[in-house]
Write a protein that binds this ligand. Structure first.
Ligand SMILES: Cc1ncc(COP(=O)(O)O)c(C=O)c1O
Length: 141
């Protein structure tokens, strides 16, 4: 799916509006970018928060337990606002397994991928076959 957009917020809003129906559930690692919560609420869908580990890495065991029959979407943001956490390759793979296994949509907001300066934390493109590959990777700020 491709969107033409001006601001990332616009692209995210459009993607959420296309995917979500009222009462659908969206799982995300918390804390996370605040707008996701309000946009989901605006569409009358529900947020299910999965707290991060102490080192701010995602806890996929916990996240899996948050999935219900109403879960439609997982939102990820790496590098993350506000934690700064960058997904590692094995975490992208683990996430991909969960998404495929549970037939979910994934919204991957990667708008800060140009701000990774540590080579050991290379951006790893999320290239799996999915229903929607929504990638914000052309940040110009
Ligand atoms: C993770 C994340 N996604 C999206 C946005 C929204 O970007 P824009 O200001 O281009 O709408 C922000 C802005 O702070 C952000 O931190």
């Amino acid at each position: 799916m491709t969107f033409l957009y001006f601001w990332f917020s616009q692209a995210i809003s459009l993607a959420l509006a296309v995917i979500l129906n009222p009462k659908d559930e969206v799982v995300l690692n918390s804390p996370n970018f605040i707008s996701y919560y309000y946009l989901i609420q605006f569409l009358h869908s529900l947020v299910s928060e999965s707290p991060r580990n102490e080192d701010l890495s995602p806890n996929f065991e916990l996240l899996s337990k948050k999935l219900t029959s109403k879960t439609k979407l997982i939102i990820v943001n790496s590098p993350n606002n506000p934690t700064g956490y960058v997904f590692k390759k094995k975490e992208w793979e683990e996430l991909a397994d969960i998404v495929i296994e549970n037939d979910l949509y994934i919204l991957s907001d990667e708008c800060y991928n140009k701000y990774i300066y540590d080579n050991s934390l290379q951006f790893f493109a999320f290239k799996i076959i999915m229903k929607i590959n929504f990638k914000c990777n052309d940040a110009s700020y």
